[in-house]
Design a protein around this ligand. Structure first.
Ligand code: CAA
Length: 445
């Protein structure tokens, strides 16, 4: 059977950054460690005044096409996942195709285009759509470009403000891919929830604490559903587990819950019971009067075991390194996490061709999806061509006052005129409004 999966990945970060512990914490009157240790964040990425979801997505897609030597004829589908769309009818993928047509010979008239919406899980759903299209034999030898692009902004003063971010991930989905093959085994946890939504408004209405509970509940359901097709999971089955990362502190909780689930009825559970001094089942179920407290106490003890800490450091933490520097990219976030894990493997000289990843995506509203991927032989060459570190390093460091101006520029309700902070070079930029309210773009050499 032909393998189908991710053949190449490109990342485009917003060109500005906000330093959370040093610039943001002081103005908010908060302890910097709330951000670095509690939420697990150092910086957020923001778009410069000429950047938006289209420019970031088109710039990531162009880098992908240039690197792989592709022309429009090689692409049969452009799917965009976003929760920052500015048009309820015309999809962002048409704008991105329009940008790319400015710089390549030929066009994408033959390509199917769309826009996927289900909060942050939509990027993974777009990959699924491309996968199914190829597996169904409808691709005529062509590949799909999937772009996950967002400006994840919150109302100023909202608790979510600290977790903002902006950037795009472009992925090429092909037959015989170089980076990872997607498995057919998938699990879902999906329910009608009101944890985070944007009812015809730009900035989200969020029930922050509840959103964390919903994330964990749906993720757990998805893991159980995944096991119903793939069989019982064990913590040693996967080289890395990249999760959707609204902020790394969320993944700290998901990692612990996932580990607790995976060690059930395994040798690890027995070994840890000896270390903790009691069997988890005793702690959880022999204490009906104080069930929740008993579970929490067991989880606290579990979290402090050497075995768990070692596993977390090897399997979960490496997937958080980019998120710490960029914040939440909504639809792109889990794909940033996968990229962090692959970067970690490349930087540590690990050859993990043939090893497996377990990828946990989540979208508010709410749905979690978990699937496995197998690393392919060409992964290292692909990942080593990413220039994300250089792009992160080159971001303009905003003062708090400048941050507020940038936030206003990207607020659809406000008309704010601010000079750009960086000079565009070799990229698509927003160039103004058209006669029907459309946004226009041009390529700057
Ligand atoms: N030193 C160390 N740690 C500190 C600290 C300090 N001085 N001060 C606080 N902390 C810790 C807290 O203990 C807490 O950690 P735990 O949860 O492990 O206890 C953490 O820092 C955050 O502190 P608060 O809970 O006080 O933070 P908050 O109430 O201001 O905001 C939030 C947290 C509710 C998540 C908020 O950031 C938010 O609303 N975010 C947006 C919603 C979101 O991201 N939800 C996640 C799930 S939904 C999803 O995933 C979809 C999506 O992308 C949005």
């Amino acid at each position: 059977m032909t393998a189908v999966g991710i053949d190449a990945i490109e990342i485009w970060t917003g060109k500005l950054k906000l330093d959370l512990p040093n610039t943001f914490a002081e103005k908010k009157g908060e302890d910097p460690e709330k951000y670095t240790k509690g939420l697990g964040l150092e910086n957020s990425s923001f778009p410069d005044v000429y950047e938006d979801i289209v420019t970031m997505g088109a710039n990531a897609a162009k880098r992908l096409m240039d690197r792989k030597g592709l022309t429009p004829q090689d692409i049969g589908r452009i799917d965009v996942a976003t929760e920052s769309s500015f048009d309820n009818s015309k999809p962002v993928s048409t704008y991105i195709a329009g940008c790319l047509e400015q710089v390549y010979d030929g066009n994408f008239h033959h390509a199917n285009k769309g826009e996927r919406k289900f909060a942050c899980v939509a990027g993974t759903q777009s990959i699924d759509d491309a996968y199914n299209w190829i597996k169904a034999g409808r691709n005529r030898g062509r590949s799909a470009i999937v772009v996950a692009t967002d400006t994840a902004l919150y109302e100023r003063g909202d608790p979510g403000e600290a977790t903002q971010g902006a950037g795009a991930v472009a992925m090429l989905i092909s037959e015989e891919p170089s980076v990872v093959e997607l498995s057919t085994e998938q699990g879902y946890g999906s329910a009608d929830e009101t944890d985070f939504l944007k009812p015809n408004q730009q900035f989200p209405s969020v029930d922050g604490k509840r959103s964390m509970q919903v994330y964990l509940a749906r993720m757990r359901e998805a893991l159980e559903d995944f096991e119903s097709v793939a069989g019982k999971t064990h913590p040693d089955d996967f080289a890395y587990i990249p999760f959707h990362t609204p902020f790394p502190g969320m993944v700290r909780k998901a990692g612990l819950l996932g580990y607790r689930h995976m060690i059930r009825d395994t040798d690890v559970e027995d070994e840890l019971a000896a270390e903790i001094g009691r069997q988890p089942r005793e702690a959880e179920f022999d204490n009906w009067d104080n069930y929740e407290e008993a579970v929490r106490a067991y989880m606290d003890d579990l979290k402090d075991t050497e075995q768990y800490r070692d596993w977390y450091g090897r399997v979960i933490d490496p997937a958080l390194s980019l998120a710490r520097q960029v914040g939440n990219w909504y639809t792109g976030s889990v794909h940033v996490a996968r990229t962090s894990a692959l970067k970690h493997a490349a930087e540590t000289g690990r050859d993990f061709t043939g090893e497996r990843l377990l990828v946990g995506s989540y979208g508010s509203g709410a749905q979690a999806e978990i699937h496995a991927e197998t690393v392919r032989e060409g992964w290292k060459e692909e990942i080593e061509q990413l220039n994300v570190d250089e792009k992160l390093e080159n971001r303009y460091d905003l003062s708090f006052e400048e941050y507020e101006l940038v936030h206003d520029v990207h607020d659809h309700e406000k008309e704010t005129d601010v000079e750009e902070f960086t000079a565009p070079s070799g990229e698509f930029v927003f160039s103004g409004w058209g006669r029907m309210g459309e946004r226009n773009y041009e390529y700057v050499e």
